[in-house]
Design a protein around this ligand. Structure first.
Ligand code: CTP
Ligand code: MG
Length: 404
């Protein structure tokens, strides 16, 4: 167990993680439940340690102290055993405060994705006699109900949903906890307990990400937030964890009308005798849909962003130029192309005789990644069926290039 704290920080964060997670029902105490390759507790500690320096006290189920200490990944924490209720667990954390602490933040490990800035916002607002909670306005219309009957409306503007960390001056929080223990009262949260002892409680704006993971649905929501946050910006592809290559899929669509003049350019080929398609550059809707699928798979934006009117150097360029540049953009961001599958809907051109040729050209433009192209008609339905234009759908798989 790690039991040293940085000497400078006079703020302590008590992270309560001693609950059993009954509603999550994941076969382990909630803090130890896996979430995107780590545990809920590790994510919570990541947020705590990304905030301003503080002494960290971790309250965990009795008997799980060593395991929890290991999850601090070498960061300094003091680990203590919690109690049967959340209030008892916080009391155990308060009892473990070092002498030099003057401000205490109490935080639920279950609010694992709380932004670091929320800790600072709360800590900064704590003052003598004043506790602080982060809270969100309530968005739903609320009713008071009784026995299946709506009894009364509730004025939403008067309500706020409380989150953590909740911050308090240390001495007053200690006194409030002592009083609660003496009276044997259980409060709904630390702010209520603090208020019962005569403290004022202010609120600052909380955040959606600080929601409490309570049910399996909440765990899924947290997983999705983490996944989305890891969509890399240009040049920052995520390195796969422990050698695992995690593929990513993307979709792209494009529609162009037949314009009449000129020669059709489609799927990287010229089609003499076929009416040309309208559209930016050469109108090669197959190539354009593939570009969007690839950029989407890598989370790198779309064709308009990279090749649109802001980039006059691409005006009139062939689709294969777009494809080659797209492959470069992906490589620069650390992605390799797995494969591409694309299908267009249209009565013409008659495609199958030139399928191999088109696939070779498109694949070459992408540096050799396999491209499968198919064509279909729509039974005379819709604009492709009326011969007004063609519609294309492409999907692409990409994967991070493993480094070192
Ligand atoms: N907590 C605690 N000690 C307890 C009960 C709860 O430290 N005896 C902590 C939880 O670990 C959690 C936070 O208080 O981080 C909020 O509690 P809750 O979301 O209710 O978690 P659990 O009690 O674990 O879940 P459940 O109520 O579904 O059993
Ligand atoms: Mg609980």
């Amino acid at each position: 167990m790690t039991d040293h704290v940085p000497p400078l920080a006079r703020t302590a964060v008590i992270v309560v993680a001693a609950g059993s997670g009954t509603r999550l029902a994941a076969g382990a105490p909630k803090a130890f439940v896996p979430l995107a390759g780590r545990t809920i507790l590790q994510h919570a500690l990541d947020g705590v340690f990304a905030a301003a320096p503080a002494q960290v006290i971790l309250v965990v189920p009795a008997g799980r102290e060593a395991e929890a200490a290991a999850m601090a990944d070498g960061r300094p924490v003091r680990v203590v055993a919690g109690g049967d209720t959340r209030q008892q667990s916080v009391a155990a954390g308060v009892a473990a405060l070092a002498d030099d602490v003057d401000t205490v933040l109490v935080h639920d490990a279950a609010r694992a994705l709380t932004p670091p800035a929320q800790f600072a916002a709360v800590a900064d607002a704590v003052a003598p006699g004043v506790g602080v909670i982060p809270a969100l306005p309530v968005v739903d219309t609320l009713k008071r109900v009784h026995d299946g009957v709506v009894v009364a409306p509730v004025e939403r503007a008067e309500l706020a949903a409380a989150q953590t960390p909740q911050g308090f001056p240390r001495a007053e929080l200690e006194a409030a906890y002592a009083q609660a223990a003496e009276r044997g009262v259980e409060y709904t949260d630390d702010a209520a307990l603090f208020a019962a002892a005569g403290g004022a409680v202010h609120h600052v704006l909380g955040s959606d990400e600080a929601f409490k993971i309570t049910t399996p649905h909440d765990l899924e929501r947290a997983r999705m937030i983490i996944d989305n946050a890891s969509v890399p910006a240009l040049g920052q592809a995520r390195r796969p964890v422990a050698g695992a290559v995690v593929p990513r899929i993307g979709i792209g669509t494009d529609v162009h009308a037949f314009a009449g003049g000129g020669t059709l350019r489609l799927a990287g080929l010229d089609w003499p005798g076929e009416p040309a398609l309208e559209g930016h550059s050469d109108g090669d809707a197959v190539a354009h849909a593939i570009v969007d699928a690839l950029l989407g798979a890598a989370g790198l934006g779309d064709i308009g962003q990279h090749f649109g009117t802001a980039h006059p150097e691409y005006a009139g360029a062939h689709g294969d130029v777009f494809l080659a540049r797209t492959a470069e953009i992906l490589a620069e961001a650390g992605y390799a192309i797995g494969n591409v599958s694309v299908q267009f809907q249209g009565n013409r051109p008659r495609f199958s005789a030139r399928r191999d040729e088109a696939q070779r050209v498109l694949s070459a433009a992408l540096g050799g990644a396999p491209v499968a192209v198919s064509a279909t008609t729509t039974d005379g339905l819709g604009f492709p069926g009326r011969g007004e234009g063609i519609a294309v759908t492409a999907v692409a798989l990409v994967h991070p290039i493993a480094h070192g």
